[in-house]
Design a protein around this ligand. Sequence first.
Ligand code: F6P
Length: 322
Amino acid sequence: MRRIAVLTSGGDAPGMNAAIRAVVRTGISKGWDVFGVRGGYQGLIDGRLTPLGARDVGGIIQRGGTILGSARSAEFRTEAGQIKAIRSLNEFGIDGLVVIGGNGSQTGSYALHQHGFPVVGIASTIDNDLYGSDITIGVDTALNIALEAIDRLKITASSHQRAFLIEVMGRNCGYLALMSALAGGAEAAVIPEMEIPPEEVAETLQQAYQRGKAHAIVVVAEGAKNNAEKLNEYFQQHRERLGFDLRVTILGHIQRGGNPGAFDRILASRLGAGAVEALARGEFGVLVGQIDGDITTTPLSEVVSNKKTVDMDLVKLAQILD
Ligand code: F6P
């Protein structure tokens, strides 16, 4: 291995820059040349590679987003796009690629691996829905952003005796919703892994008021069937009977753009270095993640064919503590 490249793909996640920095500096420490790919897989197809030195990644550890840029490339999902990408890698003499991203991005890494290109993935998505890592880059920061919003809304909820519904990100996964509900002391969490019908959510809120609570908070994952829109529709229809007002806040992309906290910076630094070590060992076609506190590798074939689920014990705990 002499010359490697690194790219970020899919949704940006706080800590991606710390991972880029770790890949570049660990690669350089081995005497390798490191290239950055601009604009994710689409940039790879278009040959947008530039050399990165140790100083090029200075002052970025604390910055959210990704200095390399990211994209969701439709062309890369095609065989022709993947072949073009490999052509670019060969033109630049790259003999190993590091892909920082979530499910879609690692499906892309697996495709390159199946084409025979040496690739290593790094687990990064705020959704925490990637098999092969207990926790992914960006989750902790995104969770703290959601939590700050919940804490603030709770103050207004208590002041007005209003119920608040907060929708957090998580395309197919309720991790962010469940954990922010747990940490924020919400009355209910509605997640795709355990759907609650609107009438049950309403009942939970009514019971909270009956128990003397001044606030009632529901956290909903955007990927839940009964998302904020559906629940709000129900509450507006039954407003008189329920006897309380509901306000809706959709956090959306606000959760993605924060500056990474200490946890994400450290995780990203460890995973970035771990990816370079995997390439150095000749261990290709794997995802570098963290399992039980250790930096681990999991074959991409397993990563793309398995689903990560939320911990049902935590669902029960959130219900007991509401
Ligand atoms: O995968 C991360 C994520 O933020 C999801 O939670 C969300 O559904 C999706 O990306 C949004 O994607 P985009 O930024 O492309 O709209």
